[in-house]
Write a protein that binds this ligand. Structure first.
Ligand code: TYM
Length: 333
């Protein structure tokens, strides 16, 4: 079975609709016919200032959400990044074949570092973040990496580093493809539909959190920015707000956008927003119930993570050993 790998950061209390529709929904689908590895990158979460008191809880909460969204530990490998020390070990080697200029061109680094205010607050960890991400991926030799559009550049860097390593030292790494679905690969902020929905960038009112009270989400959807026309029509250039609502509606109900356009012909934005709020509520109500069930049983969650880490270490350890051998390190005796 072809292998896939992906990860989601534990940087918020809740995942949002962009995370689910852009990434996790594909992860759930892929676990059936792929050897799938999914993990929570807690090492990445400390590249910006964080609160140690909440990180462990958020990591647990992230795993609970992944399980509640449909990842099945019997069909895929679920683990926490810091439990597998090979990630930082391979990162060192990859860092030594990455150009400083190449790393400086990463747009997420440029955006995130600009938001830190002063240079002194921008950490070296934030700078090397994409190299750690390349290591996360290459350790598992996946054919595909299912992510949203915003991760494309990081996967491109990963491909470059794998090719560079293989051609300099001999083949040890699979060159992965990004797996980015068209349509839901970029869910936009409700308040600023020209920017992506993002836990770090937007104001809370633009983000639909999966663990929010559905009444709160309904309110956010009601106040979503649209436009001054009346027509409900999919046109991301001219009508980014309405198009974003249609994208979310379509993805959550598995109905075609053209079908929705026909259904809402002659109706107002208020109707669309009210119905979308109901669609979201129908999705998150049972989800939140399942998340609570997983969080109420920490021992079971720990068992899932222990099993996942053991399998992950097996695969990651084999790759790291091959890399060390190619690069000329003296094998430990
Ligand atoms: P993160 O935690 O920001 O996001 C997790 C996944 O959600 C997708 N996503 C979106 N998709 C559509 N619309 C949006 N508005 C939206 N916002 C987020 C992201 O594209 C991502 O797939 N650097 C990664 C985590 C990571 C990783 C990895 C991913 C670390 N190592 C190795 C893949 C492979 C990140 O911060 O994703």
């Amino acid at each position: 079975r072809p292998r896939v790998l992906s990860g989601i950061q534990p940087t918020a209390e809740s995942f949002h609709l962009g995370n689910y529709l852009g990434a996790i929904r594909q992860w759930v689908a892929l676990q059936d016919d792929h050897d799938a590895f999914y993990f929570v990158p807690d090492l990445h979460a400390i590249t910006v200032e964080h609160d140690p008191k909440t990180l462990a809880a958020r990591t647990r909460n992230s795993v609970a959400q992944l399980l509640a969204l449909g990842l099945d530990p019997d069909r895929c490998t679920i683990f926490v990044q810091s439990h597998v020390s090979e990630h930082t070990q391979l990162e060192w080697v990859l860092g030594c074949i990455t150009g400083f200029g190449e790393a400086s061109r990463m747009t997420q680094f440029k955006d995130k570092s600009a938001r830190q205010g002063s240079d002194e607050r921008v950490t070296v960890g934030l700078f090397t973040y994409p190299i750690l991400q390349a290591s996360d991926i290459l350790l598992y030799q996946p054919e595909r990496v299912p992510v949203g559009e915003d991760q494309r550049q990081h996967v491109e860097l990963t491909r470059d580093l794998a090719q560079r390593f293989n051609s300099r030292f001999g083949k040890a790494l699979t060159v992965p493809q990004p797996y980015i679905l068209s349509g839901a690969a970029k869910i936009q902020d409700l308040q600023d539909p020209t920017a992506k929905m993002s836990k770090s960038a937007s104001s809370p009112s633009g983000i639909v959190e999966l663990l929010d009270d559905p009444k709160v989400s309904a309110k956010k959807i009601r106040s979503a920015v649209t436009d001054t026309e009346r027509e409900i029509r999919f046109d991301p250039e001219a009508k980014p707000g309405v198009s974003n609502l249609l994208t979310i509606y379509s993805a959550l109900t598995d109905r075609k956008i053209s079908e929705l356009e026909a259904e809402y012909a002659g109706k107002g934005y208020g109707d669309l927003k009210k119905d979308l709020a109901d669609v979201v509520a129908d999705f998150v109500d049972p989800l939140q119930e399942r998340v609570r069930t997983y969080l109420d049983d920490p021992a079971e969650l720990d068992r899932v993570l222990a099993r996942g880490a053991a399998r992950a270490r097996e695969v990651a350890g084999a790759t790291l050993a091959a890399v060390h051998e190619k690069i000329g390190f003296l094998p430990p005796t």
